[in-house]
Write a new protein. Structure first.
Length: 863
């Protein structure tokens, strides 16, 4: 009903700035209502004026008479006096004026622009519910702050740092790709969004009581829109925000920690500020302020201009606010909402209806005198009557509130030419929606103060609207994924800004790469591997490769390819055991190994039924018996002072296990022994020997392409066992292990195998492991409960082109809208969606074909 492209009827009574929507004689003084709430501070001028010459005679008397009628205004003489707040409190509350108390909440954006019609309606109505929540004594202000970041600093934080190794030519190649992508988007502009709630109260204690409820309830309303909890900003965070607004001409950060002579030093602390006898305004204030011109002002070395929305059309799109704020410069866009009391709103609309009816009656009389029929009245009057009737119905029947809305914008630039240019861009954006964005002539300081995230509107440019019309000014648009220390995955398909994700920041680092053949799965995996390898020497990469896709990249980066095949001289022993446990004790390593061997045996024997309880008991008994001498050996090593946690030369083998089975009395033991014979002493005894390869390389690929199809699951499990041991060892060495398992679905086909994989998926994080599964078909991951849990336990999922069935399945599991699923429907290679648990962002990853890295990463036969 009310989607992104849906045009809605707006019942706003659009009035000129400073005018009252209805006459005072009808008993509703809107202007005074605003004054009672926000106060009137007058116009502040920081620049000193020359003292005027004294007047004499009648002129002097006239001036004195006029002055007597004007309330005296204290003109600030310093920057500090001009900053429009009175008191700050350590709990984050700021009091802009006596009796007004504000809190600020930083908002997480939501993907409104790319959502389906249905999803947009849900967000729109949820936003309307949020607006309806507020009252005349608890009012909201939404702020969009376009803040520039230093492009050179952004590039420095993004680019790979050269090192003393043989791979700087690849780093330069990757950096060239990143620089070209940086120049394509608005990566030097960060858009931050805030909600400021203003509470009218007699004192701070009463305000605190109100905010205790508001914090909880506002977060619940916002969670219906962006699916995250929202908490109030601290005082330091609010002061930093104000500092960033006032000091756009400096690179000096508000808060920074430094270590000086072994002592931690901070650029800001309340204790140190009080010790020095300073106030918060001394800290956040700019070097200068000047409001000498009527249509612009200066903040430090920056030029600025305050504007306001004057006229609104009768119909609006829900993209209006996002489009107006979308300008390539520093700017603040603020929307103040002032809900009226229900009785005041009803009285106001009734007065409008009376006025319209009176005008229609007079028009009918004039028509009759002219010989026309009485029903021939102005179409404008007829439309006004319909609008008034609807507005009355909205308030009295449909639970709509009457809301006064003010939209103000402040634009910042380096010089007047740029200021005029950006002003024109903003005005053009507004005109696309038939809105008029005008300069606040002679009210620049009021406009700037009203834009600040302090919840105090000092501009009388109010538009009378109902809840549904006001909710069209929704601040949510699209989510960006730019995280410190992140890896490049492409550009945001909506904004064209870089997508930089740091997988180590989440609750766990597990990930999946899903896509049909030819969609770019392996390319995406290699792109991540390459950046992981080049960015940090402490990262190690282990890849299970069923199709020999990763050999060229591995060899180019000096890695080691372990080819595992029947008859090969390369052996990996599945009974290798690292006895390290996590810091909290964790599971017994032998118990884990017993489960791993059960899973391997189930794969070797085959069948979907797996092992029966007696068979698993026999395996568990044999495993424990096998490791008794090994554990004694490892204990002796520890007593001698050795730090070795895995002695491969002393570990038992599959042959030892086979021989021990022959000595067990149960028929199930004999069944297992015969079933495993070909893998222990027969033609497929590849895994029955001690490990004879040294995998102490930063990049290791387990090439299992030549393993027979029936053995592939078993081979992948044994490789995964070796990876498990190495991950545990790397923990003791302070290294992170990035694990990639291609054709992951193979390990999800049997219940035992899927269960073991799920166990590792949950435990890898404790040992510094970052696992990534790569597979074609989502349906293959849904064969049992354990494999389905892989998706739920993977907060990073990169989705490429999917079949219709897989789109439906993944959409249902991750609650992805139909509009978002379109990005993985018939998608070109390298295009899709990235899911991070909290955000779902469409991306495009077109890697330059003329780069060296492209040649290493592509598997396209046409390249």
């Amino acid at each position: 009903m009310f989607g992104r492209k849906k045009i809605l009827q707006s019942n706003a009574d659009v009035t000129e700035i400073g005018k009252t929507p209805v006459s005072k004689k009808h008993g509703v003084d809107i202007e005074k209502q605003i004054q009672d709430f926000s106060g009137d501070v007058g116009s502040i001028k920081l620049e000193k004026k020359h003292e005027p010459q004294k007047k004499s005679g009648k002129l002097a008397k006239k001036s004195k008479s006029k002055a007597a009628r004007i309330k005296a205004i204290e003109v600030p003489k310093t920057v500090q006096q001009s900053i429009p707040y009175k008191t700050v409190y350590v709990n984050g509350i700021i009091e802009p004026e006596t009796g007004l108390f504000t809190k600020c909440y930083k908002l997480t954006d939501a993907n409104f622009r790319t959502a389906t019609q249905e999803a947009q309606e849900e967000m729109y109505f949820a936003y309307g519910d949020l607006l309806n929540y507020f009252s005349p004594d608890v009012r909201p202000q939404f702020v969009i702050f376009n803040r520039s970041i230093d492009r050179e600093q952004f590039a420095e934080d993004t680019l790979l740092v050269e090192r003393e190794d043989d791979y700087n030519h690849l780093r330069k190649d990757m950096n060239g790709v990143l620089m070209s992508k940086i120049s394509e988007g608005q990566n030097n502009i960060v858009q931050e969004k805030y909600l400021v709630v203003t509470v009218k109260a007699d004192n701070i204690e009463l305000a605190n009581g109100t905010f205790a409820r508001v914090d909880r309830e506002v977060s619940a309303y916002l969670k219906k829109i962006n699916s995250v909890s929202t908490i109030p900003m601290t005082l330091q965070e609010r002061l930093e925000l104000l500092y960033n607004i006032y000091n756009q001409d400096t690179d000096m950060p508000f808060f920074k920690k430094m270590n000086i002579d072994g002592m931690e030093s901070r650029t800001f602390s309340l204790e140190w500020m009080h010790y020095l006898g300073l106030t918060t305004k001394d800290i956040i204030g700019p070097s200068s302020l000047s409001f000498q011109k009527s249509d612009s002002f200066r903040v430090g070395d920056k030029y600025a201009r305050a504007l306001y929305i004057k006229n609104l059309p009768t119909q609006l799109s829900a993209e209006v606010l996002a489009d107006i704020a979308d300008i390539p410069c520093n700017a603040i866009t603020s929307v103040h909402f002032a809900p009226m009391r229900q009785d005041e709103g009803i009285k106001l609309v009734r007065n409008q209806m009376l006025e319209i009816n009176r005008n229609m009656a007079e028009a009918a009389k004039r028509a009759a005198k002219s010989g026309l029929t009485p029903d021939m009245v102005s179409p404008d009057l007829t439309q006004a009557k319909r609008d008034a009737d609807k507005a009355y119905d909205d308030i009295t029947v449909r639970d709509q509130k009457t809301i006064l809305m003010t939209v103000i914008m402040t634009i910042f630039a380096d010089d007047m030419d740029d200021l005029d240019k950006y002003t024109k861009i903003a005005q053009n954006n507004a005109e696309k929606h038939l809105c008029t964005l005008l300069k606040l002539n002679s009210q620049q300081e009021r406009g700037f103060a009203s834009c600040l995230p302090l919840g105090n509107n000092r501009i009388w440019a109010n538009r009378l609207m109902n809840t549904e019309s006001a909710a069209l000014f929704i601040p949510f648009e699209s989510q960006e994924l730019v995280q410190p220390g992140g890896i490049y995955y492409g550009v945001n398909a909506t904004s064209r800004n870089l997508i930089m994700i740091n997988r180590l920041r989440g609750q766990n680092s597990n990930g999946l790469i899903l896509g049909m053949s030819g969609s770019g799965k392996s390319f995406s995996a290699k792109q991540e591997m390459t950046q992981v390898f080049l960015s940090n020497e402490e990262n190690e990469i282990l890849v299970v490769d069923p199709q020999t896709e990763y050999r060229p990249l591995c060899e180019s980066l000096g890695g080691q390819v372990i080819r595992i095949a029947p008859g090969s001289d390369t052996h990996i022993n599945p009974f290798d055991l690292d006895i390290t446990t996590d810091k909290k004790g964790g599971d017994d390593p032998v118990t884990i190994k017993s489960d791993q061997i059960c899973s391997i045996c189930a794969s070797a024997i085959g069948g979907h039924m797996g092992l029966n309880p007696i068979q698993t008991s026999v395996i568990d008994r044999c495993v424990r018996m096998l490791y008794e001498p090994y554990l004694e050996h490892m204990d002796a090593l520890k007593q001698s002072g050795s730090s070795v946690t895995c002695d491969r030369a002393a570990c038992p083998t599959f042959k030892d296990f086979y021989n021990l089975l022959s000595r067990q009395p149960e028929p199930e033991a004999e069944y297992l022994r015969v079933a495993l014979e070909k893998y222990c002493i027969g033609s497929y005894d590849t895994f029955s020997y001690k490990t004879n390869v040294d995998t102490n390389n930063r990049f290791v690929v387990y090439d299992i392409r030549d393993i027979k199809t029936g053995m592939q699951e078993m081979g992948m499990q044994i490789c995964l066992n070796d990876i498990w041991n190495r991950t545990i060892t790397n923990l003791t060495r302070g290294k992170r292990t990035w694990i990639y398992i291609d054709e992951l679905y193979v390990l999800t086909q049997s219940e035992l195998s899927a269960r073991m994989l799920m166990y590792m998926w949950k435990q890898f994080r404790k040992y510094g492991g970052i696992p990534t599964g790569i597979t074609q078909n989502v349906e293959d991951l849904l064969t049992n409960r354990e494999s389905r849990a892989l998706i739920n336990n993977s907060p990073f999922i990169l989705m490429l082109n999917q079949s219709s069935d897989d789109r439906r399945e993944i959409g249902a599991m991750l609650h992805i809208s139909e509009a978002q699923l379109d990005y993985i429907k018939n998608a070109d290679s390298g295009q899709g969606l990235i899911y991070t648990g909290r955000a779902i962002v469409p991306f495009i990853n077109h890697f330059p074909r003329n780069s060296k890295l492209y040649d290493l990463m592509t598997t396209n036969p046409n390249d």
